[in-house]
Write a protein that binds this ligand. Structure first.
Ligand SMILES: NC(=O)c1ccc[n+]([C@@H]2O[C@H](COP(=O)([O-])OP(=O)(O)OC[C@H]3O[C@@H](n4cnc5c(N)ncnc54)[C@H](OP(=O)(O)O)[C@@H]3O)[C@@H](O)[C@H]2O)c1
Length: 313
């Protein structure tokens, strides 16, 4: 536990344990790299991950580059298929179909958001469920909801892994999840309510229809926030001693920086760190875990495809 008297040397008192997503992710990635090496030397198969990127949204480009680099470092053949932002629905679908047919590709990830004129659901439905390492295909999503996950979406499964690695008790805990998106909130709820390690929680999901958000968030033993609203969760919305996981990544103007922006989460970090027992920073918290779990899912896909069995976690 780190703490300073409030105001000393201008530093705010922090009492929460800061969960180091970078360090946990590095451990997971090393373990995946070891497993990949064993798998490849045993089978001669190099796991392959292909990322489809349409357009040149700066944040998406940087995420995709990070995924490709991490894949290479883990012994996975990473490959990015870049399409122009003007790519048609048919072009994106045809790209995915070609990857479905390619036996060297075990994992396919379509980087979201796609350009507005492309029907994301239709593209996701095109992905072979056995290669859907982001777990977004309705088949995999349905199995996750049924409590039989195959590929769980990388961000929520990264959060679950983080809770396990930090020794945070989830069994019987009240987990409040803010946000109900398909990539974070909904699959997070499904994972937390499942039976087993890092799960078996009582789950509440909040969204814009929630009448009194603060009244609900204050009930959380574990508060997971994915709303895309910079620093919206303040200290008075958090029960003292709660575990706070901040998924949000928001760019806010910072004229003093060369980039012109800085990244903040959905949680007002400095003040919430004074009441929470554990907190994730932004950056360096949830983000690195997302990549680690993507690599793990790709290895699982390669194993399943080589063995001719359905993937399972
Ligand atoms: N670190 C990572 O790896 C990672 C991965 C994915 C996302 N993210 C970040 O996580 C954040 C959320 O992403 P997303 O894709 O899940 O977002 P999204 O698709 O925009 O969904 C946001 C969700 O939050 C809810 N919401 C918005 N404002 C709210 C409010 N004031 N009170 C209660 N609920 C509110 C929305 O409710 P309605 O459904 O009612 O509209 C919606 O369900 C973003 O900052 C994103 O950049 C990070």
């Amino acid at each position: 536990m780190v703490s300073w008297p409030a105001g000393e040397k201008g530093i705010l008192a922090i009492s929460a344990r800061v969960i180091d997503g970078k360090a946990i992710s590095a451990r997971v990635r090393r373990a995946v790299a070891d497993e990949v090496q064993k798998f490849t030397s045993g089978t001669g198969v190099v796991p392959g991950l292909s990322v489809v990127l349409a357009g040149d949204d700066a944040a998406s480009v940087s995420y995709v580059m990070a995924k490709e680099k991490a894949a290479r470092e883990a012994g996975i053949a990473g490959n990015v298929l870049r399409l122009p932002g003007s790519a048609t629905q048919e072009q994106v679908v045809r790209t995915v179909e070609a990857l479905n047919r390619d036996p060297a590709v075990h994992g396919i990830l379509v980087q979201l958001p796609l350009p507005g004129h492309v029907d994301t659901d239709a593209v996701v439905r095109t992905i072979d469920p056995g290669k859907d390492v982001d777990g977004l295909h309705p088949y995999n999503f349905g199995l996750l909801l049924a409590g039989k996950p195959t590929f769980a979406p990388a961000t929520p499964s990264g959060i679950q892994r983080m809770l396990i690695e930090e020794g945070i008790e989830t069994n019987g805990a009240h987990a409040v999840i803010c946000g109900r998106s398909s990539i974070v909130g909904r699959p997070m709820a499904a994972l937390m309510m499942a039976r087993g390690n890092g799960a078996n929680a009582t789950v509440t999901v909040c969204h814009t229809g929630t009448r009194d958000l603060a009244a609900v968030t204050r009930l959380a033993d574990i508060l997971i926030v994915a709303i895309g609203r910079p620093e919206a969760i303040t200290a008075n919305m958090v029960r003292p001693g709660a575990v706070v996981i901040d998924v949000g990544v928001n760019r806010v103007a910072a004229p003093d920086r060369k980039s012109g922006f800085r990244l903040v989460g959905d949680v007002a970090y400095d003040e919430v760190a004074r009441v929470a027992s554990h907190i994730t920073p932004v950056p360096g918290g949830v983000g690195p875990m997302t990549i680690a779990m993507l690599l793990q899912n790709t290895l699982a896909a390669a194993r399943a495809s080589t063995a001719g069995t359905p993937a399972s976690l």
